[in-house]
Write a protein that binds this ligand. Structure first.
Ligand SMILES: Nc1ncnc2c1ncn2[C@@H]1O[C@H](COP(=O)(O)OP(=O)(O)O)[C@@H](O)[C@H]1O
Ligand SMILES: [Mg+2]
Length: 479
């Protein structure tokens, strides 16, 4: 960290101290980093005492909101990582406000002309000066191409790179500090999380990545009549400018718009869940954050997906296992579901497998017990994945993202149809997929190809042995 990074670290620590977290800063032995003024003020205001537990997540969100784009992104990503942070923080971070005042049109014009290397007017016949949305990384403008196509142009904020890179360095330092100095933080692997976050953020800063993902999802849905994915106009897309087809649709909260377009909310909810399952289980690539701001309800009960900044990928064998887990869960076969959940986990020498197994069984069976109340299948699965870390059982980040995506999908479904229940609405779909995936011909072919891939059928061998053999096999292959 250079001098300017250290200054930023102090700024961040002070923001947390003023925001109600001085007690923790003190305990972490970082209080010597904050200014005397801050320490004195905190002393007087009393923010060194243990803050009221309940309101902490709220203050945490407020501090994050004030720290700018990197932290807003970090908060958004953390809200998708229930395995790392408590559920009440997750829920609070979900509400992170990412509306910031737009930057002026002159800047927008300058950036577009720099990036596309031609005057704005020679690319667009019209360009709306006021953005449709303005967030901490970019803002979106409606425009029209020369050929008459209406487009949405996402333009990155000026001077973001340096600020974000500096914050990433500070976050990396903090993660290392936590891992070194705080023993009880270690199982949460903050360094690894910080690295993942940096990768993600750097990818998001190059819009060509998002454009490629959008293209891929669009291709995967070719021929699908329900999913609408904006086409990317590559001639007008660069690192900092993303030009895509403008999708006309309703926000799913906009009841009047839904009614005007004769959208059947029940049908849309079921269709949405199917589309998400299809992406994850069939395509192996899914929209990581399908919250209402990234969705549009379109005439004839179609669903538009926007914002491919966060994408999850699932390898084929994981998808097969997921399908098994979900189908056992919807059939209430908890032993089986538990068994397969362990198979997709990363198990270390010091993992408390038995403890985790017991927890899983408890989560799954209490889901069944509380089914008539608020317990849902996706929540159970999500809790199952999130609990792993407490037993030193880890899951790949994309799998955690999948579990969170299911919860988001379900809450969007419930917004549209209060009776929506993914375990009922998606059951026929999961079963269709199961029978396609597990058809005898496919099965025999797969069995011959790699008998161990179907480990669940080798009844004689205890599961963990199959798992260990597989891990060994993988590590041999990697070498
Ligand atoms: N292709 C599009 N068609 C119509 N509206 C769009 C399109 N792309 C973005 N928008 C609008 O801009 C908003 C922000 O875009 P999004 O890609 O989600 O950016 P962010 O990464 O800041 O969340 C969306 O919620 C939507 O209202
Ligand atoms: Mg968005």
């Amino acid at each position: 960290m250079n001098w300017s990074d250290k200054k930023r670290l102090v700024e961040i620590l002070e923001a947390f101290a003023y925001g109600g977290f001085a007690y923790y800063i003190n305990r972490s032995r970082l209080s010597k980093c904050v200014s005397l003024k801050c320490r004195i003020r905190c002393w007087f205001v009393g923010c060194f005492c243990t803050p009221e537990k309940k309101s902490l997540p709220f203050y945490f969100r407020k501090v994050i909101e004030g720290l700018g784009p990197t932290f807003i992104k970090l908060g958004q990503i953390l809200s998708l990582r229930p395995d790392f942070i408590p559920a009440d923080y997750c829920d609070e971070l979900r509400k992170l406000q990412d509306h910031v005042p737009p930057f002026p049109f002159e800047e927008v014009k300058k950036i577009i002309e720099q990036e596309l290397k031609q005057p704005l007017s020679s690319v667009f016949t019209t360009f709306e000066q006021n953005p449709i949305a303005s967030a901490s990384i970019a803002q979106v403008h409606k425009a029209k191409l020369k050929n008459g196509t209406v487009v949405a142009v996402k333009v990155q904020r000026p001077n973001l790179n340096e600020r974000i890179e500096q914050d990433l360095r500070v976050i990396a330092w903090a993660a290392e500090y936590m891992e070194k100095k705080w023993e009880n933080c270690r199982p949460y692997r903050p360094k690894k999380l910080a690295e993942e976050f940096s990768d993600w953020t750097r990818k998001e800063l190059d819009f060509r990545n998002e454009a490629t993902y959008a293209d891929e999802v669009r291709k995967n849905f070719k021929g699908n009549r329900t999913a609408v994915i904006p086409r990317v106009y590559w001639d007008c897309t660069t690192k900092r400018v993303l030009t895509m087809q403008f999708i006309e649709g309703c926000n799913i909260y906009d009841e009047r718009c839904l009614a005007r377009n004769k959208i059947n909310r029940k049908k849309l909810a079921t269709a949405g869940a199917r589309l998400m399952f299809e992406q994850a289980i069939v395509h192996g690539m899914f929209h990581g954050d399908p919250h209402p701001g990234n969705l549009l309800a379109i005439k004839h009960n179609r669903l538009g997906f926007l914002d491919f900044g966060i994408i999850g990928r699932l390898p084929k064998d994981t998808r097969k296992k997921l399908l098994l887990i979900l189908s056992h869960l919807v059939r209430k076969e908890f032993d089986e579901a538990t068994k397969h959940t362990l198979e997709i986990a990363e198990i270390a020498v010091d993992s408390d497998t038995q403890g985790y197994k017991n927890t899983l069984y408890l989560i799954f069976s209490s889901w069944y017990g509380s089914q008539l109340k608020e317990g849902t299948l996706t929540r159970a699965f999500f809790n199952a994945i999130a609990e792993g870390v407490h037993h030193k059982v880890y899951f790949p980040p994309d799998l955690v993202l999948f579990s969170k995506m299911l919860v988001t999908t379900e809450s969007v479904g419930a917004l549209l149809n209060p009776e929506f229940d993914i375990s009922k609405d998606a059951k026929p779909f999961i079963e269709d997929l199961m029978s396609a995936e597990m058809s005898p011909i496919k099965f025999i072919k797969g069995f011959i190809k790699n008998a161990l891939e179907y480990g669940e059928l080798i009844e004689e061998l205890p599961k963990h042995i199959v798992h260990i053999i597989k891990k060994l096999e993988e590590s041999v292959r990697e070498r």
